[in-house]
Design a protein around this ligand. Structure first.
Ligand code: SAM
Length: 484
């Protein structure tokens, strides 16, 4: 797509009000919600009822429907049908016009990608450029958005991560092995008035010798025998080798204090899912927070990815069988899916690497940043300093579990949870409950422990020794904090 055509297309989309709010208003809440669930026909019906340029744009670009050449021409008065057809945005048979690309409002942006299998109504091409998917959104949500100078989006695809980076990074390098992805990312950037340094090549090859303050990647992480069917998901590397390579190389491209967020899948054999990722991380010298969001069994995993490409049933069954055979040969019992966040340690610091499964709460950028800040606080704060600190308890809930017994309710456990925080829960005993209630940023922790010891008639030193690991755990979960 030439820059002139992209600019003209942008002018037409803006003139028609082709925005998130504009589309939501056109469709109405029910059809809009149905479309969000993948049910498109109520949206088509709403477009037919509304008519006009915006409805035509939604039919063509969001719903993949056919339009008459006349209505399509009316919706693109600036770009014109001929130019959009010539550069592969639309297809014009003379009787009907349909879109080849998916161009959709997303947040305050417009994003250009290929149409997914459901809209295309057939198998995807090898160089298919993926639109915004669940993994794209999970990654975008998890990125620390502190303003920085240089950022890298490795495997940019349609450019969705680079769009978000543009809000807080001065210079963005976005790479891909798929030339078509780079072309569509360039269109996405231009449509949104942005400019990225787009480079072709695999993994870190296009940025050899360069360093960044922030690196994000939603790479083709699918675990298999090394397929190369679809560039957006099949790396051609067997197993989880591609993710391993990224993790092993990323430290060479981070500036001091830099952060990286990598979406990844990893092979699981047996019970300890973290063993494999710990092995990847061992030589990196980076702090890490690895969050497994899901552990899929082989059948569910293969079925998920085979459903993605819109292939005929027989081919799906044949490929699925071969894929499962390979998993069995490799002794693979599950596939872990999650997010690896990494940070360069301060000078002289030993890297600290934490792997945990968090299935419920999403991981957000502020939580990742707070996680690394809390770990740093705990590393640098001695027990003496902790006892002198005036700690505060975050907004938390006390959850008690009780069973009915002979003498009424018998409490069997209690926990304190920070709502909205991933894995932000700790079990509490009577002492910790009292300490959490007393931590209001006013009295040093040591003084609170003295009061409690006196109240229970126990030795202060023994109480402190027992309580400090729990206090540290509470700080690690963001349940307790030291206000500046
Ligand atoms: C799952 S898509 C992610 C696209 C986008 N960044 C997002 O978050 O939705 C993976 C992207 O990585 C690209 N890719 C595949 N192999 C690659 C490699 N070896 N090096 C860099 N990018 C690669 C694909 O072409 C594709 O655009």
């Amino acid at each position: 797509m030439t820059e002139d055509v992209v600019d003209a297309l942008g002018a037409d989309l803006r003139a028609a009000g082709y925005t998130v709010d504009g589309v939501a208003e056109l469709l109405g809440p029910d059809a809009h919600a149905a479309l969000g669930r993948g049910v498109w026909w109520p949206a088509l019906r709403a477009c037919d009822a509304a008519g006009g340029a915006l409805a035509t744009l939604v039919r063509l670009l969001l719903l993949g429907a056919d339009e008459s050449p006349q209505r399509a021409a009316e919706a693109f008065p600036t770009a014109g049908l001929a130019a959009l057809t010539a550069c592969g945005v639309l297809e014009d048979t003379g009787e009907t016009v349909r879109a080849i690309l998916d161009i959709r409002p997303y947040s305050d942006f417009l994003v250009v990608s290929d149409q997914d299998a459901a809209l295309r109504g057939g198998p995807l091409h090898r160089d298919h450029v993926l639109g915004i998917g669940g993994a794209s959104l999970s990654l975008a949500r998890a990125v620390v958005r502190t303003p920085v100078r240089r950022a890298l989006d490795l495997g940019t695809g349609c450019g969705v991560q680079a769009l978000h980076l543009s809000g807080h990074c001065d210079h963005i390098v976005a790479t891909d092995t798929n030339e078509r992805a780079l072309a569509l990312a360039a269109a996405t950037a231009r449509l949104n008035g942005m400019s990225w340094d787009l480079r072709h090549g695999s993994l870190f090859e296009p940025v050899a010798g360069e360093r960044f303050d922030l690196i994000v990647s939603n790479p083709p992480f699918v675990v298999g025998a090394g397929a190369t069917d679809y560039i957006y998901r099949d790396s051609g590397v067997a197993g989880d080798g591609l993710c391993r390579s990224i993790i092993e190389q990323v430290a060479d491209h981070l500036n001091p204090g830099g952060t990286a967020h990598i979406m990844a899948n990893w092979i699981v054999r047996g019970d300890d899912w973290g063993a494999r990722v710990r092995d990847w991380l061992a030589g990196t010298g980076l702090h890490a927070w690895v969050v497994q969001r899901e552990l899929a069994d082989p059948v569910s995993y293969v079925a998920l990815w085979l459903a993605d490409a819109g292939e005929p049933t027989e081919r799906v069954a044949q490929r699925g069988g071969a894929w499962l055979d390979w998993f069995a040969e490799q002794g693979i019992t599950g596939i872990g899916m999650g997010l690896i966040s990494l940070r360069v340690p301060a000078a002289g610091e030993r890297p600290e690497q934490t792997c945990e499964e968090i299935l419920d709460e999403p991981v957000t950028g502020p939580e990742v940043d707070a996680f690394f800040a809390r770990r740093a606080y705990l590393r640098h704060t001695t027990d003496e300093a902790l006892l002198a600190a005036r700690l505060s308890t975050a907004p938390v809930l006390l959850e008690e579990q009780s069973l009915p017994g002979e003498h009424g309710w018998q409490q069997i456990g209690a926990a304190v949870r920070r709502p909205g925080g991933p894995a932000a829960v700790i079990g509490v005993d009577e002492v910790l409950r009292a300490l959490l209630a007393g931590c209001r940023g006013e009295v040093p922790l040591g003084a609170l422990i003295d009061l409690l010891a006196a109240h229970h008639g126990v030795d202060t030193g023994a109480l402190a020794e027992a309580a400090l690991p729990e206090i540290r755990a509470a700080i690690g979960r963001g349940i307790l904090y030291q206000a500046e």
